[in-house]
Design a protein around this ligand. Sequence first.
Ligand code: SF4
Ligand code: SF4
Length: 261
Amino acid sequence: MSVENITKILCYIYPISKEKITYKNVSFAPVKHLYLRKTLFCKDECLLCSRCCIAEDNIYLPFEVNNMYYELQRKEIDTVLHKLNGKGYSNIEELIDSLEEISVVINDKKFKLFKSSLTPNAYTFEDRGELKRCHWDLPTEDGRLGCGIHTVSSLTCKMPHIRFLHNSKTNTTSIGHSQYGRNWALKCPANVSKTEYSYDSFNTVISNFELLKKYCEYFEIDTYCDDILKILYKIREQGIETCVNYCDKDIVEHRRKLFNV
Ligand code: SF4
Ligand code: SF4
């Protein structure tokens, strides 16, 4: 049985939401204070080792499924995925075949999604404990395990170190990079710096928030995702060191002022 990942997706959305969100009779209040932390701009050196890839469903919006067909037409995908798991794009074909259309109800509105929920894999490996692993966590050409659908993995795979730390008593959210509970438990070997800036990691942060924005819009939830992106674009334009002008300032309270920095 794989982990159902709709809740995980909502755990990225409710901490930045301007409105109440209700899913499966559980409600989350709108965020009152929202901070970006400096670590969000620091180096997050994910090694793509897949130790954190437990058995989870892969959830997709309809446009992401269209992208899978587009990916199948790209020649270079074969090289990337072949290197990762020796099977080339046949994994994407298997992924597309496995997709099941589902509907979820959020805030009393029904939305169509696609889910892949295949049998967990049965590989054991010396660098990790006994645990059911994601179906797509496959042996690589160089004798490791790695993601077999890397270029079309789902939102829930893409930001293992971006933490949306949310205090439900004060409805305050802090967003930054960190190693935390689950990753410690799974012995994640990545270097997640608290001081060293990295444009590579920063660009990944931007693309993750761009994707998250599409989820917020699709679910018709009004969030601060746009504001966060505006700040990220400003920092990219002005230089990563200028993040200090925006970090640790409450986006909810100071949004106008922040955009004039
Ligand atoms: S987050 Fe850590 S455990 Fe997961 S793939 Fe990256 S380096 Fe490996
Ligand atoms: S799809 Fe890939 S990145 Fe996501 S959990 Fe599975 S192996 Fe890991």
